[in-house]
Design a protein around this ligand. Structure first.
Ligand SMILES: [Zn+2]
Ligand SMILES: [Zn+2]
Length: 313
C-alpha cells in the first residue's frame, strides 16, 4: 500500500512550456493530507489533471517569491473558496510572504475567505510539525531569499509482539492497543508492563527533501539532505552553461547530482528544466555520471513510497 505519493505538477524553469508547467509538487500522506510545495501558474489545472484532491491540501510551502513559483496561488485560493472549503489552510514562505499576499488581498486575507488562512514568514530552521512529521527549511543561494524544505517523519514505535504480550499475561483488547500506542499497562497478575517489553526497535520514517531554485552549498546542504529517501533539486543548466549557472545563482544537473551522491540519498529527481530543449539529454547524462539513477522529472511523474520498503532495510 502506498504510504506517500509525490506528484510533480510542474517542472519548467521561469516560463511555461508546451509539456511543462511551472513549479509545483504535491506530497500526499497516507492519512490523505496533502502538502503542496510551490504553486506556479497553472498549478490548479495540474492538480485536476493528475487527480490531486485540492481540498486536502493543508499546507503550502513557498520556496521564494519569484513568480514562476507562486503565481498559481491566487487561482487556487479562489477555487478553494468557490468550492466552499472550510478547513484551515496554512501558507509558509520566506520573509516577506505575508506582506506580498496582503498587498494583493488586503489586510483581510487571513479571515476574508470561507476558510481561515494562516500565513507564516519562515526563516531557515524548524518550520512546523505535526503528530508524526516535521518540516525544516534551509536557505539556498539564489538571487532572492529562497528556502529548500525537508519533510522528516518522526520515528515510529516498533512492532508489537503478540506472543510476548500473551506470555506476560496482558489481556487482549484495549490493553494491547494502549501498549501499541506506547503506554504502560497492568497485566492480569498485576505487574506493570512497559511498552518496550513488548515492542520491537523503533522504526524510522521517510525523509523527503525538496530544493528549489539556487546553488546548493555542499558544506551545509549535504548534511541537510543526508540520507533522504527522495531528493528533488533543480537543474536549470548543463555543463556548457556552467558559467551562467554561477552568474544567475542556479544549479547545473551535475552539481545537484554531486550533492545527491555526497548526501547518500536513495533517489534523485531533477526539475526546473529550462526551455533550451537541446540541453535536456545533456542534463540527464551529466547527472547520471555523478548519480547513476538520477531522473529528469516531468509533469505528472509520480513517486510512490511504501512503508514496507523501510522495514526491509
Ligand atoms: Zn524558478
Ligand atoms: Zn527563482
Amino acid at each position: 500500500m502506498t504510504t506517500i505519493r509525490i506528484v510533480f505538477l510542474g517542472t519548467s524553469a521561469a516560463v511555461p512550456q508546451k509539456n511543462r508547467f511551472l513549479s509545483g509538487l504535491a506530497l500526499q500522506r497516507e492519512k490523505g493530507e496533502i502538502l503542496l510545495f510551490d504553486c506556479g501558474e497553472g498549478t490548479q489545472y495540474q492538480i485536476m489533471k493528475y487527480k490531486v484532491n485540492f481540498q486536502k491540501i493543508s499546507k503550502i510551502f513557498l520556496s521564494h517569491l519569484h513568480g514562476d513559483h507562486l503565481y498559481g496561488i491566487f487561482g487556487l485560493l479562489s477555487t478553494m473558496k468557490l468550492a466552499d472549503r472550510s478547513n484551515p489552510l496554512k501558507i509558509y514562505g520566506p520573509p516577506g510572504t505575508k506582506q506580498y499576499l496582503k498587498r494583493f488581498y488586503g489586510e483581510k486575507i487571513e479571515n476574508g475567505f470561507s476558510y481561515p488562512i494562516g500565513i507564516f514568514d519562515t526563516e531557515e530552521g524548524f518550520v512546523c510539525e505535526d503528530e508524526d512529521y516535521q518540516i525544516v527549511a534551509k536557505r539556498t543561494m539564489h538571487s532572492i531569499y529562497t528556502l529548500a524544505y525537508a519533510y522528516i517523519e518522526k520515528d515510529r514505535l516498533g512492532h508489537f509482539d503478540t506472543k510476548k504480550a500473551q506470555e506476560l499475561k496482558v489481556k487482549k483488547g484495549s490493553k494491547w492497543q494502549q501498549l501499541q500506542k506506547g503506554k504502560s499497562v497492568l497485566s492480569e497478575d498485576n505487574k506493570v508492563i512497559l511498552p518496550e517489553m513488548v515492542l520491537g526497535p523503533k522504526r524510522r520514517g521517510f525523509k523527503i527533501v525538496i530544493g528549489s531554485d539556487g546553488t546548493y552549498q555542499e558544506e551545509d546542504f549535504v548534511p541537510f539532505a543526508m540520507g533522504a529517501d527522495v531528493l528533488v533539486l533543480e537543474a536549470t543548466f548543463s555543463d556548457i552553461n556552467e558559467s551562467k549557472a554561477k552568474e544567475k545563482l542556479h544549479s547545473t544537473s551535475r552539481w545537484s547530482a554531486i550533492i545527491a551522491r555526497k548526501a547518500k540519498v536513495k533517489k534523485l529527481f531533477l526539475t526546473h528544466i529550462s526551455p533550451r530543449t537541446e540541453e535536456e539529454e545533456n542534463l540527464k547524462n551529466e547527472a547520471q555520471e555523478e548519480f547513476p539513477s538520477a531522473v529528469i522529472a516531468y509533469d505528472g511523474l509520480e513517486i510512490h513510497l511504501n512503508r514496507k520498503d523501510l522495514e526491509s532495510e
